[in-house]
Design a protein around this ligand. Structure first.
Ligand code: NCD
Ligand code: ZN
Length: 352
């Protein structure tokens, strides 16, 4: 599997960005923000708060709360998104484009994932708004799963591509579109078959684990996220795409914190918290196939290029120096946060 002769002991790359991140709000925001800001220059911040961030005014207020929660002397630029509903008007798109802080609109099929109830049932009710986005070049970020309970949960991404994405591409061929957190070979093949308007993000946890990780001597709620982990053939396809150097694929952690008690429950929440090792986990995944030399493009260049933003010029260094992921992290006054790979070790460490 080694396709690079070099066994790196350290790697320096342009500071990466996270093109898909959940920061939450209030005490949760204050608890998690520093983990991302330490590693990434910018992040596309998901709008699935309660209530959702549906307008430019709400995005402006949320952005100010994020900046207020940053540790002093930290440079971090939150890139805001709007939550698409069937009531999102075309003039909200005008306002988003006129602002210098809204960079995309997020499409959640109603009921597909955490805080998606206010999302879209029928995308044909959004035609005028999508047309405005296409015209003005504002990207649509897609949670790509059908919500039809008759469809097997492991097939929901593939079925979404056929039922929703192919028609969307036909109707709005110049709409910039990101298939978020791709989990299947079908998702990879779809993105590769499209022109430059379409890209995809990949999480570290989907590059590292297959669905067996949900059931190791018992049920493993901290490996449960949506879209759910898939079988090994899909993980191999994701890893091949991430390390291919194809600029259509770039980093989006989908770090999604949930309090421990809400994960370890009869109906546990979906989401993995990865921000505390947000770049290190990708280094581990790329290293596993001898492709560390492909990490910088994926983590630091291709996303910025797709969004039409400048590439970062400062650098970070990762060292091959194993460290133990804590069992829990501080989160809320009365509850903790269990990070991804809690109690295990990660081979790469961020140099301070
Ligand atoms: C995310 C969350 O918790 O907000 N959960 C997840 O499993 N990824 C929502 C999402 O991105 O689907
Ligand atoms: Zn997400």
């Amino acid at each position: 599997m080694q396709n690079s002769p070099t066994k790196f002991t350290e790697i320096t790359l342009a500071r990466p960005d996270d093109w898909h991140l959940h920061l939450r709000d209030g005490a949760a925001l204050a608890a998690v923000l520093a983990d991302t800001a330490k590693r990434f220059a910018r992040a596309i911040v998901m709008p699935n708060l309660k209530p959702p961030v549906t307008t430019v005014a709400l995005a402006d207020a949320y952005r100010k709360r994020i900046i207020a929660a940053l540790p002093t002397d930290t440079q971090f630029n939150p890139l805001m998104t709007l939550y698409l509903t069937e009531a999102t008007a075309p003039n909200e798109i005008d306002a988003a484009v006129a602002s210098d802080f809204v960079h995309a609109v997020k499409y959640y099929p109603a009921g597909a994932t955490t805080n998606s109830a206010a999302g879209v049932n029928d995308l044909t009710n959004c035609t005028a708004t999508l047309a405005r986005m296409e015209k003005l070049g504002l990207p649509l970020l897609v949670h790509g799963e059908v919500t039809d309970s008759a469809v097997d949960i492991f097939d929901r991404e593939a079925v979404f591509i056929d039922r929703v994405l192919q028609p969307l591409r036909r109707d709005f061929p110049a709409l910039k579109l990101v298939l978020e957190h791709i989990t299947t070979k079908q998702g990879i093949d779809f993105v590769m078959a499209q022109d430059h308007h379409v890209a995809g993000t990949l999480t570290a946890h989907h590059l590292l684990l297959n669905r067996n990780a949900l059931f190791v001597s018992g049920i493993r709620p901290h490996n449960y996220c949506l879209p759910v982990l898939k079988r090994e053939t899909h993980r191999q396809a994701l890893l091949a795409a991430a390390t291919s150097g194809n600029p259509k694929f770039f980093l989006g952690t989908d770090s999604a914190p949930h309090a421990k008690s809400t994960k370890e429950a009869a109906c546990g929440c979906a989401g993995c918290y990865t921000a505390n090792a947000g770049i290190e986990l990708y280094a581990q995944a790329f290293d596993s196939v001898g492709a560390l030399h492909k990490l910088e493009g994926f983590a630091s260049f291709y996303g910025a290029d797709f969004y039409g933003l400048p590439r970062n010029t400062d650098k970070i260094t990762l060292l091959r120096d194993s460290w133990g992921v804590p069992a829990e992290l501080p989160y809320l006054a009365d509850d903790t946060l269990v990070p991804f790979m809690a109690g295990e070790s990660i081979a790469w460490r961020l140099q301070n």
